[in-house]
Design a protein around this ligand. Structure first.
Ligand code: HMG
Length: 414
């Protein structure tokens, strides 16, 4: 039975810090961040915003755009590694803010940046298991990526949420059932309970990511149907490749590894693209990967939402041009678990391609390093939304260890 993504909606916080400015403040050549990592700017959340308000805003926009009655949602999953409570799930706050009905399975998922994919796969399987019953799930991936000020991870922060409607009429992307998975217990990136900023073994995390890519892609390649011929590249069956993107250069490294693996399996075919793996990877990256990176380069790492921000921005930019085409997606969550999967863009994609990415990025307010450092120090205390705030919900504050949320007044949210 067909299952997949019917529509996506994106929300990104209102503030944006240009990376060239951060580089200057840290005494680093700006090119190291803008070219070495490939990041132009990162999204910064104000104190009135947390993962609940971001997820709810993306969810509200999605339900409105799709014209869906919240009461028809039978499963609501929020994937995040920026949870706000050790027991109470982000998803139940979102459930209330969106007005989803009581006959709904609601929970939060965590596995670093992999949780969004875990949510998507769970929801797609649940839709398939329903047989002919009309099942519809709302899966929201949302995160705030935070590292210590001045640390190597600092330029790879960001924030955002992507909401996906998962059902049996996937007008955005129909998911193939076969996937390739990989898991290993590694200490590449972690955030002990009570810490706000993540700890990371940066260079090792890049190695872990690439190792997991090799495992998941190889598993997928072996299970691909119809079977690949002896000199057939899997990349030839995929028009675009999207990767979990903590920073755009990581997607380039990932694609190089994928081409190397595909090359080993189909050397004569790849040799026609370039004289060596390096040239072939560069040529194929330009065509198949770079088009999906425009938004992440301006938002930064959104952890578990990152892959889906790439998907939303790709469909929004290319829409009808990709109708009927197959995409490859790679999800990586530190710790680690990874999955390579594929899907086909619907012939009707043009009707659902607008995920609000261009709009939300165009309306952001640029801040300087002093303001960014002030916001980083302020934390998530809650309060009044700042001028230019684009979210629809705010964290009013925390009283008696209970978080209080509400809707932003209509004039502010417009
Ligand atoms: P670093 O030490 O700042 O940077 O750490 P570097 O010295 O490795 O330089 C970065 C690149 O800039 C290099 O390019 C340099 O050559 C280049 P590469 O060799 O890699 O192609 N460079 C320059 N380019 C132009 N002009 C210059 C210049 N100078 C240097 N002047 C690191 C980089 C990624 C390690 C750091 O930012 C970090 O720790 N980030 C956080 C961890 C991370 O993002 N890891 C990615 C894989 S793990 C993952 O994706 C999961 C994650 O999202 C979490 C989750 O699962 O929840 C993180």
């Amino acid at each position: 039975m067909t299952a997949g993504i019917e529509r996506l909606a994106v929300y990104v916080p209102s503030f944006s810090l240009p990376l060239a400015e951060l580089a200057r403040a840290r005494g680093v050549p700006p090119e190291k961040m803008t070219q070495g990592l490939g990041v132009e700017a990162m999204a910064i959340a104000p104190p009135c915003e947390d993962v609940v308000t971001m997820a709810a805003t993306a969810g509200a926009r999605l339900l409105r755009a799709a014209g869906i009655d919240p009461d028809t949602i039978g499963m609501l999953l929020v994937a995040t590694e920026t949870g706000v409570d050790n027991a109470k799930p982000v998803a139940i706050f979102v459930h209330e803010l969106l007005g989803v009905g009581r006959r709904c399975r609601v929970y939060e998922l965590k596995h670093a940046c992999y949780a969004g994919t875990a949510g998507l796969m769970t929801a797609a399987d649940w839709v398939r298991a329903g047989g002919g019953r009309p099942r519809r799930a709302l899966v929201i991936a949302a995160d705030i990526a935070r590292y210590a000020l001045g640390s190597p991870g600092e330029p790879t922060q960001g924030a955002g949420a992507v909401a996906m409607l998962v059902g049996a009429e996937p007008k955005a992307l129909a998911l193939d059932e076969e996937t390739g998975t990989y898991a290993d217990n590694v200490y590449d990136f972690w955030r002990p309970i009570g810490r706000r900023e993540a700890l990371v073994d940066g260079k090792y995390s890049v190695e872990c990511y690439l190792e997991a890519l090799a495992g998941a892609f190889t598993a997928y390649r072996a299970g691909e149907r119809p079977l690949l011929g002896p000199d057939e590249a899997l990349a030839d069956r995929l028009t675009r490749l999207l990767y979990h993107t903590p920073f755009p250069k990581m997607a380039m490294k990932a694609h190089r590894r994928l081409v190397e693996l595909d090359w080993r399996a189909a050397p004569a075919r790849w040799a026609r693209v370039g004289p060596g793996v390096e040239d072939a990877a560069v040529a194929s990256y330009r065509e198949a990967v770079a088009p999906g990176l425009a938004a992440v380069a301006r938002v930064g790492n959104t952890y578990t939402a990152s892959l889906y921000l790439c998907l939303a921005s790709l469909l929004e930019a290319e829409g009808a041009g990709l109708a009927g085409r197959r995409l490859g997606l790679f999800s990586y969550g530190s710790g680690c678990c990874a999955e390579f999967f594929t899907g086909t863009v619907s012939p009707d994609v043009a009707a659902v391609a607008d995920a609000g990415v261009g709009d939300v990025l165009a309306r952001r307010t640029v801040i300087d390093v002093a303001e960014y450092e002030r916001l980083a120090g302020a934390g998530e205390a809650g309060g009044e939304p700042p001028p230019g705030f684009m979210g629809e919900f705010v964290l009013h504050g925390i009283r008696n260890d209970r978080r209080e949320y509400g809707r932003v007044r209509a004039a502010l949210a417009a």
